[in-house]
Design a protein around this ligand. Structure first.
Ligand SMILES: Nc1ccn([C@@H]2O[C@H](COP(=O)(O)O)[C@@H](O)[C@H]2O)c(=O)n1
Length: 603
């Protein structure tokens, strides 16, 4: 059948390029865990054909079939298997963010996640940026998990039917349940100390949470295992606070931690009877951990972990299925439902044809190949000139680079691609009559490239504050930079580049993980992607005006409005800038910009 006019035939490549099959079976234990985290709406998988995308080409239907077969294998082996998610279901693709006016982000895509047999799910920070989303999770999502959607330190304020205001957990504080084999599990869902949450939602400090009576009561009786799911990176965060609180009562009980948030693959052990795993982002990685639970409490537990590339070749290898025997009725129905949602949300609508790739961290900034340069220097000026009475007034723009979430690939550019690259509903606001010189002083301060005057929140310099507000892109990039640096060092150690290329010639691009757990974690060996450093805040080209003191419209994202006002008031004393000076600049939001630009320029 032909494509509808202005639409692509399918968001999926007809035949994704072949991926390398795994060569090592998974190590099974008495208790086995499949983990997802930071899925951010990527339920149709990665559909582009240039590597590493095909590594992650499986959709949620494929994953559902995989889980079914893994449960069958667990039954044959007579062991336990649990499915766990560590949060961030929103903001990332059209399936979650392409809803029509009046809808709620993620409500329809989450219906498909409900169809998977998750044993435990934890809340993420992307469930807290907008109150309506949190409320939807509380009212419509958590009940489907029947007490297993965990928000140990996250509350929502609601007004009940009797018009009383109540502060309640978004999901449940903890869950206690038994596995198929009769093992008792005490599960928690702990969130990092996020401060960027919306009104009427609260995130409690982890040190305060572990002193709560409910927490002490929940951990008092010894289970067979503690399962700590949560939207918090396994390294350099507050897991040890939770771990120590449990260890003070139960020195040897197995503790399995399923972390998330920083989008990396990671593993460590806080002691010999515990393991912490984190399985990446965007349905690229499926995490596996297993534990052989010995009864001798003086001995270490034998754990294993593996990072699976989320594609059918991987899934079929580990379930010993063939293409023809892999799909389950539920898997096929989920895929069909997702395809139907693509049509319903018009995600296959074609805005134009991207002439080349535009990368987030795979190209230098600024450059022709950078999506940050494309957005701030080309797309925003075109998109914000539409329906804008101020379009003729010289303007200068700054925005947070973290709002550009994914690469654009050469070829058809659809509504789904637009939302994948830039999913947020941030607004463009402005202050009229700012001297260009003053506006241009804000950027280096927010990036920490210039000394910040007292009281100014330096976005890059103040890493703790940035981290608390949810910024983890720099951690993800640092992880990529490490793997690329290691690769270059290895090439130097190799006798010649030719020899290295020879050794690596069958490897495709992908993640090369070095974590703190024994053995090799990656299921498939890859060669790493090249990565470039990026600033936190980016700008448009300064306008051509008479002098640097000429007055311009200073345009910025409402997401960084408090930082911008602080910086403006610190770099000059002629005028006090307040929220009252800030006006709406455009009816269009961040998520609209690339589509408007593509329609004008890529058509
Ligand atoms: N309205 C928003 C919300 C978030 N961002 C960007 O996302 C970063 C946090 O996302 P994680 O997946 O890393 O939790 C945040 O720091 C912003 O850069 C945004 O731009 N607009």
């Amino acid at each position: 059948c032909g494509d509808a006019p202005g639409h692509v035939h399918s968001l999926r490549a007809r035949q994704p390029p072949p991926t390398i099959p795994p060569s090592r079976p998974l190590e099974w234990g008495d208790i086995n865990i499949i983990q997802t985290t930071d899925t951010h709406g990527w339920l149709l998988g990665h559909q582009k054909t240039s590597f590493p995308e095909p590594n992650y080409s499986a959709d949620l239907g494929d994953f559902a079939s995989f889980v079914t077969h893994m449960k069958e294998i667990a039954l044959e082996k007579d062991v336990d298997i649990l499915l766990v998610d560590s949060g961030d279901l929103h903001d990332g693709t059209g399936l979650s963010d392409g809803f029509p006016p009046g809808g709620v982000d993620g409500r329809e895509s989450n219906e498909f996640l409900k169809q998977l047999p998750y044993d435990v799910m934890a809340i993420g920070n992307h469930e807290l940026y907008i109150y309506n989303i949190t409320r939807d999770m509380h009212e419509n999502f958590a009940p489907a998990l029947k007490g297993r959607y965990l928000s140990s330190n996250v509350n929502i304020t609601i007004t009940d039917e009797g018009n009383n205001t109540r502060d309640v957990p978004v999901g449940s504080r903890f869950a206690k349940f038994k596995t198929r084999k009769g093992r008792s599990v005490t599960a928690l869902g702990v969130m990092f100390e996020f401060t960027g949450n919306d009104h009427d939602t609260t995130v409690q400090k982890v040190a305060d949470m572990v002193e709560e009576p409910w927490f002490l009561e929940a951990i008092r009786d010894e289970p067979d295992i503690f399962l700590l799911a949560g939207h918090m990176p396994v390294a350099r965060d507050k897991w040890p606070v939770v771990f120590d609180a449990i260890r003070a009562v139960h020195p040897t009980t197995p503790i399995l931690i399923a972390g998330g948030h920083s989008h990396i693959r990671d593993c460590l052990q806080l002691d010999g009877r515990s393991i912490s795993l984190q399985s990446g982002r965007y349905m690229e990685t499926i995490g596996w951990m297993s534990a052989k639970l010995n009864v001798d409490k003086t001995k270490n537990i034998t754990f294993s972990r593996r990072y699976l590339d989320a594609n059918r070749v991987t899934y079929e290898f580990h379930t010993k299925k063939k293409n023809a025997t892999f799909d389950t009725p539920r898997g096929l129905a989920i895929r069909q439902g997702l395809e139907d949602l693509v049509k319903k949300f018009n995600l296959d609508f074609l805005y134009g044809t991207a002439p080349q790739d535009y990368k987030v961290s795979g190209a230098p900034y600024p450059s022709n190949g950078s999506i940050l340069s494309l957005f701030a220097e080309q797309a925003v000026p075109v998109a914000l000139a539409i329906n804008n009475t101020r379009a003729d007034i010289p303007s200068y723009l700054i925005i947070q680079g973290g709002s550009l979430r994914y690469d654009i690939f050469a070829g058809p550019f659809t509504k789904n691609d637009q939302l994948t690259a830039s999913p947020f509903t941030n607004a463009f606001v402005f202050i009229a009559g700012v001297p260009l010189r003053v506006a241009m002083e804000v950027l280096p301060i927010l990036n920490g490239d210039a000394p910040a005057p007292a009281g100014v929140n330096k976005r890059r310099a103040n890493d703790d504050d940035l981290y608390a507000r949810g910024e983890v892109e720099s951690m993800y990039r640092a992880w990529l930079e490490d793997m690329y640096r290691n690769h270059l060092e290895e090439m130097l150690r190799a006798r010649s580049v030719a020899e290295d290329q020879n050794q690596n010639q069958n490897l495709t691009l992908g993640y090369v993980t070095q974590d703190a757990c024994p053995g090799i974690g990656d299921d498939i060996p890859h060669t790493p992607l090249q990565v470039f450093p990026l600033p936190d805040v980016i700008s448009s080209q300064p306008p051509k005006v008479a002098t640097n003191d000429s007055l311009i419209d200073f345009v910025f994202s409402d997401f960084i409005q408090p930082d911008v006002l602080d910086a403006l008031n610190a770099v000059q004393k002629d005028r006090v800038f307040t929220n009252g000076d800030v006006e709406s600049y455009s009816p269009f939001l961040f998520k609209d910009v690339l589509g408007l630009f593509a329609q004008e320029v890529w058509n």
